[in-house]
Design a protein around this ligand. Structure first.
Ligand code: ZN
Length: 233
């Protein structure tokens, strides 16, 4: 099976549309979304509808949870908080209850998917160090796990390998962010996994950053949220 893995769309419709166009050329069987469909960006409702229509699996991220009152405002930094509050007013009741219904973690076809960590998904902890990696592997029952949350694409192996992929080790793979990359590369990020060939590729896609930034400012969202998109930070 060929699976496209998208995460952290953050209401960036331009980026999502460009990524889906690229995915449509890649002959994938399914698209899985690892959460944070909303938050930060200017088009939450349209992104929820598009993800719901196109993805076979959709998880809940912390910004999705915050938008449907499952996390307190204090969970977020100032910009995140402002965006969560704004996003709440943009969604229909139906879109909100859809976000509410999403799971935090799933195991399908021998693959684990989570937004933040597979072992403690509701703590929303970030996997940032080798200590975090080791802890995450402890609770992992599958050979491979895909995550998002940090917005930085990376592949870590339980043998201590970094950004290599082959048969043998178990892997936790961060697929990066569609709508707000933070690895210094402003292009949208997603993953392509082939479970038969056992290959994984991180793919980057250019999109209309200017358009998203202009819409973000027109919506009255913080300037910083627009500026960071140009830099990928
Ligand atoms: Zn996120």
């Amino acid at each position: 099976m060929r699976i496209a893995l998208i995460s952290d769309i953050h209401s960036n419709l331009e980026a999502l549309t460009s990524v889906l166009k690229t995915i449509d050329l890649l002959d994938v069987d399914q698209i899985w979304c690892l959460g944070d469909v909303v938050g930060y960006g200017p088009f939450p409702g349209a992104c929820v509808d598009m993800v719901r229509e196109r993805c076979a699996v959709v998880l809940k991220g912390n910004h999705d949870a915050g938008t449907v009152d499952e996390l307190p405002p204090t969970h977020f930094n100032e910009h995140g908080r402002i965006a969560v509050r704004w996003t709440k007013g943009q969604l229909t009741e139906e879109q909100s209850s859809y976000l509410k219904s999403l799971p935090l973690v799933a195991v399908l076809n021998g693959i684990t998917v989570a937004h933040a960590t597979p072992n403690l998904p509701a703590t929303w902890r970030y996997i940032l160090s080798w200590k975090d990696v080791r802890e995450a592997f402890v609770g992992l029952s599958t050979e491979i796990c895909f995550i998002g949350h940090t917005h930085v694409p990376v592949i870590v192996g339980d043998n201590g390998s970094l950004n290599t992929f082959r048969r043998g080790p178990r892997y936790i793979v961060n697929v990066g962010s569609v709508g707000q990359p933070r690895d210094g590369n402003p292009r949208a990020s997603f993953g392509l996994f082939d479970s038969e060939r056992w290959t994984y590729e991180n793919i980057r896609v250019s999109y209309g950053v200017e358009k998203t930034a202009a819409s973000l400012m027109a919506a009255g969202l913080p300037d910083y949220l627009a500026q960071r998109l140009f830099l990928g930070v």
